[in-house]
Design a protein around this ligand. Sequence first.
Ligand SMILES: Nc1ncnc2c1ncn2[C@@H]1O[C@H](COP(=O)(O)OP(=O)(O)OP(=O)(O)O)[C@@H](O)[C@H]1O
Ligand SMILES: [Mg+2]
Length: 261
Amino acid sequence: MTATLAAISKKTAPEACERRVAVEIRAISKHFGTGERRVTALRAVDWEVYAGQMSMIVGPSGCGKTTLLSVVAGILNADEGSVSIFGEEVSRMSDRARTRFRATHIGFVFQQYNLLPALTAAENAAIPLVIAGWSKSKAVDRAREVLSSLGMGKKTESFPNQLSGGQQQRVAISRALVHEPSLLVCDEPTAALDHETGLSVMELLREAAVKPDRAVVVVTHDNRVFHFGERIAHMDDGRIVQVEDKGPFRPASAPSTGGHD
Ligand SMILES: Nc1ncnc2c1ncn2[C@@H]1O[C@H](COP(=O)(O)OP(=O)(O)OP(=O)(O)O)[C@@H](O)[C@H]1O
Ligand SMILES: [Mg+2]
């Protein structure tokens, strides 16, 4: 027994020490509107996201998930509190510096893909690089590589209306990853997809984005994909009410190793 405990602590202690904080939020509050219309969306929220993991934010509609993700990603300014991403305190940056930081270090995936209809898949996926100053041809070449790595090699010249929902979401994921961001944030990425396609998109996100030096945060309502979350923040009424650390991903169908089913 003692030997087993020693083996476990040997194994887990260094791993615990190595967990690198990717996002740290402290005492974040956010209100919308004024007077009688004032809504409190976040109430003094503290949270950490670690690199090398897929973190999830779950909870009922209106509880503040998108608001929290937007604050984490620097899309929205909190009224109070601080946000640090890989040690950089984004909440203290000027708007200009924050926009630059976001363009370099953060990728976004949304429920509705947000692809530009007049651009091909490769041109859509190339957008972050063009914004970063790459020439269009180099950016599109690089976007084609990313699309190919996500199983979209034959569709790089298709327009969004020629693609299925799952394929459009792959283009959106390629666009989010093309500039190799250290933080990927996804708001309900499977909500517009059928079950099978949703699972394959989550699998793709896990394989493409969960790296030792990168963190992924997914907001979801979709209980069919909860098992992808390695660290899950449960929200209710503007607060994180529970954080579950589930450890490395295991497929939903994996046999149980103990306890009851
Ligand atoms: N721009 C805004 N103006 C006013 N109120 C807002 C705004 N954005 C969000 N809210 C309010 O803040 C609260 C949290 O909204 P949020 O969009 O973060 O919820 P959510 O958990 O993402 O919900 P859903 O699951 O339906 O997407 C809600 O009461 C919402 O009405
Ligand atoms: Mg939302």
